[in-house]
Design a protein around this ligand. Structure first.
Ligand SMILES: [Ca+2]
Ligand SMILES: [Ca+2]
Ligand SMILES: [Ca+2]
Length: 407
């Protein structure tokens, strides 16, 4: 039961002044405290006007007290590997629900309805919806399936394990605020990856967009495949990296311009595939831009105007294009270095040596610059070359190229 207090009448003249209080609810009972006796999954819920702690596997009621007699719930992991699931009905608990995982490995499993999570310290934070729910000593956060989970990590927010949005629905990671020297984002699956903020590692899974809103970052490094770098519509100081194919290899990643440099690593892709990055119109951008295709075949296309304000532009990929069928492309930067190179190991020389190295090997290292546009820099360097490691089978030697005998 709750009651509200307020001072109603103005005090008579000369009487002691009485301050008018806001309406407030005051839980009438005392906290329901449950210390886990063993590892396992626990659930906090409200059933039949009672607050319950039940076993996740057995649904056995472990603790129960009428709602009217409860002022907050505290579940202690008590040193065990305990996970706590918050049933949506727990919003009817009077007062605060707190889960202290303690020294064990602990997961907090969110409610089935929409939840906004705030992680403000190491393994600590809250779910802020209609009822406050706080947690500490927690290693894993997991949202429910098919809902909206919004995870917000403050600059000091850390998690030793994984933050998982859960299957389906629309779940997001946001990293609002903060000033960082270096932020590294690595996509490991369409909905999973890592974010390292000055050494603070965050591992995520089951997410749709990832946004790093409002953070000030000097050097930003992003490792992900098959994507486009562009400005959101109407924006002049924000960027979006996202997949440019139906077969998404990462989720959308939006962030403010870094103050010093942006590095995009396309990473290693398997033989027969091509990592493709399209760089749209960046307009005025005051950061150095480095794109490195990494291992595997890579194609980078610069198809919009960009002025890096005297900072350098460097692109390394097998195929580099500065072109746009619809318009001129004007690039301005400090040093501009476009390098179309790539090692290709294990190419069989067969039994017909010497190879025609020019025709066979150089055809797919290419830099294309549309002459309608301009490429203006302090030093502009284009290099296209290929290094092949030939594998001879019968002791013959290759003419040209680099040779190794691996079998
Ligand atoms: Ca713990
Ligand atoms: Ca979810
Ligand atoms: Ca690659």
């Amino acid at each position: 039961m709750t009651r509200s207090r307020r001072a109603s009448a103005r005090p008579p003249s000369g009487a002691r002044s009485v301050e008018r209080l806001e309406d407030r609810t005051v839980p009438a009972g005392r906290p329901l405290v449950y210390d886990a006796p063993a590892a396992g999954v626990l659930v906090v819920q409200v059933r039949a006007a009672a607050v319950e702690v039940v076993g996740g596997a057995t649904a056995a009621v472990l603790a129960r007290r009428p709602v009217a007699e409860v002022a907050g719930v505290r579940v202690n992991g008590n040193g065990f590997d305990v996970s706590l699931r918050i049933d949506a009905s727990a919003r009817a608990v009077p007062g605060e629900v707190h889960f202290d995982g303690g020294s064990g490995s602990n997961a907090l499993l969110g409610p089935a309805d929409a939840a906004t999570w705030r992680v403000t310290g190491p393994g600590a934070g809250s779910i802020v919806n209609t009822r406050p729910l706080t947690f500490s000593g927690v290693e894993q956060l997991r949202g429910a399936a098919g809902n909206t989970d919004d995870f917000r990590f403050a600059p000091g927010g850390r998690l030793a394990g994984t933050v998982d949005g859960g299957p389906g629905g629309f779940d997001a990671v946001a990293l609002p605020g903060g000033v960082y020297g270096r932020v590294e984002f690595t996509a490991t699956a369409p909905d999973a990856g890592t974010i390292v903020r000055d050494g603070n590692l965050l591992t995520y899974a089951g997410m749709e967009p990832v946004t790093v809103a409002d953070a000030v970052v000097s050097d930003r490094v992003i490792t992900a495949t098959a994507l486009a770098l562009r400005r959101p519509a109407g924006a002049t100081d924000r960027l979006v990296l996202d997949s440019d194919t139906d077969l998404a290899t990462m989720e959308s990643h939006e962030f403010p311009d870094p103050t010093n440099s942006l590095t995009v690593n396309l990473g290693s892709n398997p033989a027969g595939s091509v990592d493709r990055l399209t760089v749209g119109a960046l307009g005025a951008a005051g950061f150095a831009l480095t794109v490195d295709g990494g291992a595997g075949r890579d194609a980078v296309r610069l198809e919009g105007d960009a002025d890096l304000g005297g900072r350098d532009l460097a692109v390394t990929a097998e195929v580099i294009e500065v072109t746009n069928a619809a318009r001129d492309v004007d690039l301005a930067a400090g040093d501009i270095t476009l390098t179309a190179v790539g090692d290709e190991a294990g190419l069989s020389a067969g039994s017909n040596l010497p190879l025609d190295i020019v025709d066979s090997l150089e055809g797919d290292r290419r830099i294309t610059v549309d002459t309608r546009g301009t490429v203006a820099g302090r030093a502009v360097t284009f290099e296209a070359s290929r290094v092949a490691t030939l594998v001879a089978r019968s002791g013959r030697s290759a003419a040209g190229g680099r040779m190794s005998r691996s079998r």
